[in-house]
Design a protein around this ligand. Structure first.
Ligand SMILES: NC(=O)c1ccc[n+]([C@@H]2O[C@H](COP(=O)([O-])OP(=O)(O)OC[C@H]3O[C@@H](n4cnc5c(N)ncnc54)[C@H](OP(=O)(O)O)[C@@H]3O)[C@@H](O)[C@H]2O)c1
Length: 331
């Protein structure tokens, strides 16, 4: 069936400026790390993307190694893009990344020019795109000179294969160095993608300040700690959960669902209920309360989760008392 997007999709979303750039991103983006691989149900994946776009989520976040198997999330996205989203290419921000292990041998990992150039070409082919909107270096590489990696990102923009450049999981000091090099090259860094959730607050320790000083946007990943910050695991590990499915490739596993985390999640859930939210919604609005955050990347195994999570936008303000209670639980 031909997909026709909802006409009022843009009235359902908030769009934030990404750092000091011309680009607006939806407050909620959709990530394709899990649930879009060849091991997953194609029609379900298609439905998630359609429902996201119907609700104003204009930004889809991919990487070369998403699947499993690696590459398959991009291939499946490419098929869905061709079927459903081709007429809407200019309404979409599509990102991909390279930096983790992708193919065998010395040229399929980390941050060399050799790896990154080949990887973006492969990603464009798999997705059937002429360019991506954002290309990220996926993680810092301690062995490759930062100048080489950053010059490669600049090259991609000059070649028209990427419109903007981002980095992911760089620490504050190395991020600042990367921003300086990119600025000198004439391709300012658009955005940084760090892990950030109520359970992992490292970005508050310097990174967010560095991003603000440099006019760089911030788009946290795993905002729900892969499901721990939802009501999913409050009373055991359900069969249909990410933790029970042993997907590998960094997916949460049963042994990470500790009693301590569940106890904290139960306490947070009580505060969420008092705010008229569920835990997932509160965990997302808690991140979005900071004006330095441009967008938050959702993961979803079904479209109903997207619809549920989007409701976080109805209440992103926190009282000082609520924040204090949350901090006490998280300390
Ligand atoms: N740059 C990087 O290094 C990096 C690393 C990781 C991720 N990312 C990006 O960030 C995206 C999001 O990461 P993530 O998938 O870990 O995010 P997440 O939001 O922390 O976890 C998503 C999982 O939480 C559960 N969930 C989501 N919404 C829910 C709701 N409303 N109610 C109950 N459960 C809900 C689902 O688990 P079930 O599957 O169990 O239903 C879903 O698969 C990725 O897709 C990727 O684009 C980037």
């Amino acid at each position: 069936m031909t997909y026709i997007p909802s006409e009022d999709r843009y009235s359902k979303m908030i769009y934030n400026r990404c750092g000091k750039s011309g680009l607006l991103l939806p407050a909620l983006s959709l990530g394709l790390w899990h649930n879009f691989g060849d091991i997953d149900n194609f029609e379900n994946a298609r439905n998630i993307l359609q429902v996201a776009f119907d609700n104003g989520i204009t930004h889809f976040d991919l990487a070369n190694n998403y699947g499993p198997p690696v590459g398959s999330a991009e291939s499946n996205f490419g098929k869905i893009f061709k079927q459903d989203f081709l007429p809407y290419r200019d309404e979409l921000v599509i990102s991909t990344k390279a930096g983790w292990g992708m193919w065998a041998g010395p040229y399929g990992d980390w941050g060399s020019k050799k790896y990154l150039v080949a990887s973006l070409d492969q990603s464009l082919k798999r997705m059937g795109l002429a360019y991506v909107d954002i290309f990220y270096h996926h993680r810092p590489d301690p062995e490759t000179p930062l100048e080489e990696t950053m010059a490669t990102l600049d090259l991609m923009v000059r070649q028209g294969k990427a419109l903007y450049i981002g980095i992911s999981s760089y620490e504050p000091k190395e991020a600042a160095q990367a921003f300086k090099i990119l600025k000198e090259l004439g391709t300012p860094c658009l955005i940084h993608q760090p892990k950030y959730s109520m359970f992992d607050r490292w970005v508050e320790d310097g990174l967010l300040d560095v991003l603000e000083e440099n006019g760089v946007g911030c788009i946290p990943f795993s905002p729900l700690a892969q499901g721990l910050l939802t009501n999913k695991y409050l009373h055991g590990i359900p069969e249909n959960s990410r933790a029970a499915s042993h997907r590998g490739n960094g997916a949460i596993d049963e042994d990470e669902i500790s009693e301590e985390k569940i106890e904290k999640a139960l306490q947070l859930n009580t505060i969420a209920e008092e705010r008229g939210q569920n835990l997932a919604q509160m965990a997302l609005s808690w991140i979005l309360k900071d004006p330095r955050i441009t967008s938050v990347i959702l993961g979803a195994s079904k479209s109903s989760q997207v619809l549920d999570s989007i409701k976080c936008l109805e209440n992103c303000a926190f009282s000082a008392q609520e924040l204090q209670k949350i901090n006490q639980i998280l300390s």
